[in-house]
Design a protein around this ligand. Structure first.
Ligand SMILES: [Fe+2]
Ligand SMILES: [Fe+2]
Length: 182
């Protein structure tokens, strides 16, 4: 567990660094980006049982995908913990934490910054990472579209299910980036 925590902390610092750079490049509040990034994985090391229990204790609604894949709940529970433990009240910061794993049909620029920083930080190892990270510095919606496509493509090759929130995000940014994809 100690190693897991060190690993998570190092990841968190890289996400914060990248989120600040992306925010600065796109005229987004860098302090909010940093705060959201530093708190985004607060609940990441919780067991599935604990995630389900803590979400139930807060009467958080849960969809079928989340029930089947409790690990994704660390994002929404993390936002709750940021509020409870760190007195974060900014809805943009809380939204960025809540949406960092699955994305959503509606995402603000700050939410995109944290989502992309989490997925594209330098130690993430997949072939398109560097190109996507540099695209993210230039064009957030295009980077969202391309990153979601890469992620969903990966899930398909592994035979894994795509969350409805992620599919909705792809539609949203597909439209934004290319006009219409269908
Ligand atoms: Fe996470
Ligand atoms: Fe993360």
């Amino acid at each position: 567990l100690h190693l897991d925590q060190e690993h998570r902390f190092a990841h968190t610092l890289r996400v914060a660094q990248m989120a600040e750079e992306l925010a600065a490049a796109h005229d987004i509040d860098t302090a909010k980006a940093r705060t959201a990034a530093l708190l985004h994985d607060l609940a990441r090391l919780y067991s599935n049982e604990r995630l389900l229990r803590e979400c139930a204790a807060r009467a958080m609604p849960m969809d079928d995908f989340e029930r089947a894949h409790p690990v994704v709940l660390h994002a929404r529970l993390g936002a709750e913990l940021a509020r409870e433990l760190f007195d974060v009240t900014d809805s943009e910061v809380l939204g960025a934490i809540a949406k960092h794993t699955l994305g959503a049909a509606e995402m603000s620029p700050l939410e995109c910054v944290v989502f992309l920083a989490d997925g594209l930080e330098p130690e993430r190892a997949f072939p398109e990472r560097a190109a996507l990270a540099s695209l993210a510095m230039r064009d957030l919606p295009a980077a969202m579209h391309a990153t979601l496509r890469a992620h969903i493509g990966y899930l398909h090759t592994k035979g894994l299910t795509v969350a409805p929130q992620t599919a909705a995000a792809l539609v949203r940014f597909g439209e934004a980036a290319t006009g219409s994809t269908h």
